[in-house]
Design a protein around this ligand. Structure first.
Ligand code: NAD
Length: 241
C-alpha cells in the first residue's frame, strides 16, 4: 500500500523533535506537513526539510501525530489527535496517572501507542527481563539507568517499563538513576542470588534509534483501527509480515 500519511511532529524544536524532522524523509509513506513546538522562535528546521513551523491550533489536516515533548504539552496534542481522528504516537515521559487515563480513553476513538523507549533492542530486553524474573524467584533485582544531565524525570520511563516487566515476572525491582554529561540512555540490570549474578544491559549511542522507531511505528499505527497498542504489538506485527 503506498498511500501517503500526513505527519505532524509535536515538540519539533527539541532534541528528539529535530531528529524526527530530519529522518522522516527515510520513510516513503510519511509526508511531513507540520512541526509544532513551544512558540516558534526557537524552531530550527534541519537543512533540507522544508515544512512550516506553527502552533497546534493552526495545524493543517494530518493522519499521524508524533509527540516527543514534555508532560505539560501532552494534553492539547492528544486532544487534537482525537478531534482530527488521527493516529497518536508519543514518547513523552513523566506523564501523570490522569494523562495515562486520558490516553486509554482516547484509544477508544483513535489508535494510540505510547512507549518510554522506541528502540527494538529495549523491546527485546523487556521480554528477557520478564522471563528472567519468572525463572529466578526470590532473587534481588536492581535497575540502574544513566542519562544526560538535561533529563528531568527519574527513574527514566524505560527503567519503570523494564521494572513493570520484572514485576509481571514476580520480581520486586529497586531503582537507581545517574545524570551525567551527554549520555543518550543506558539501562543495566542485575539479578542477584546466593553466590551468583545475572546482568543484562542496553546502551543507546544515538537518539536516532528512538526517532526511527517512532517513525516506523507511526507509519504502521496510522493503518490500524482504534486501540491501545504497545511496542510488543508492533514487533509481533512485523514478525508476521
Ligand atoms: P527537549 O526538552 O529537547 O524538547 C522538548 C520539546 O517540547 C521542545 O520542542 C519544546 O518546545 C516542546 N514543548 C515544551 N513545552 C511545550 C508546550 N507547552 N507546548 C508545546 N511544545 C512544548 O526534550 P527531548 O530530549 O527532545 O525529549 C522530549 C521527551 O521525549 C521527553 O519526555 C523525553 O524523556 C522523551 N524521550 C523519549 C524517548 C523514547 O524513546 N520514548 C527517547 C528520548 C526522549
Amino acid at each position: 500500500m503506498t498511500t501517503s500519511i500526513d505527519l505532524l511532529v509535536h515538540g519539533a524544536s527539541g532534541r528528539m523533535g529535530q531528529r524526527l524532522l530530519a529522518l522522516s524523509g527515510e520513510f516513503a509513506r510519511l509526508h511531513l506537513v507540520a512541526a509544532v513546538a513551544r512558540g516558534t522562535a526557537g524552531l530550527v528546521v534541519p537543512e533540507g526539510v522544508a515544512i512550516p513551523a506553527m502552533r497546534l491550533s493552526e495545524a493543517p489536516a494530518f493522519r499521524l501525530l508524533i509527540d516527543f515533548s514534555l508532560p505539560e504539552a501532552f494534553d492539547p496534542a492528544l486532544a487534537l489527535a482525537v478531534q482530527r481522528r488521527a493516529a497518536f504516537v508519543s514518547g513523552t515521559t513523566g506523564l501523570s496517572l490522569d494523562q495515562l487515563k486520558a490516553l486509554e480513553a482516547a484509544s477508544r476513538q483513535i489508535p494510540v501507542l505510547w512507549s518510554a523507549n522506541f528502540s527494538l533492542g529495549v523491546a527485546v530486553l523487556s521480554d528477557l527481563v520478564e522471563r528472567a524474573a519468572r525463572a529466578l524467584p526470590g532473587w534481588d533485582l536492581d535497575i540502574v539507568e544513566s542519562h544526560h544531565v538535561h533529563k528531568k524525570d527519574a527513574p527514566s520511563g524505560t527503567a519503570l517499563a523494564l521494572g513493570a516487566s520484572a514485576k509481571a515476572g514476580g520480581a520486586d525491582p529497586r531503582y537507581a538513576s545517574l545524570r551525567a554529561g551527554d549520555i543518550v540512555g543506558e539501562h543495566w540490570l542485575q539479578f542477584v542470588g546466593q553466590g551468583e549474578r545475572v546482568e543484562l544491559a542496553h546502551r543507546a549511542t544515538s537518539r536516532d534509534i528512538f526517532a526511527r522507531g517512532a517513525l516506523a511505528v507511526g507509519e504502521w499505527l496510522a493503518g490500524q483501527p482504534p486501540g491501545h497498542y504497545t511496542m510488543r504489538d508492533w514487533v509481533a506485527a512485523k514478525a508476521r509480515d
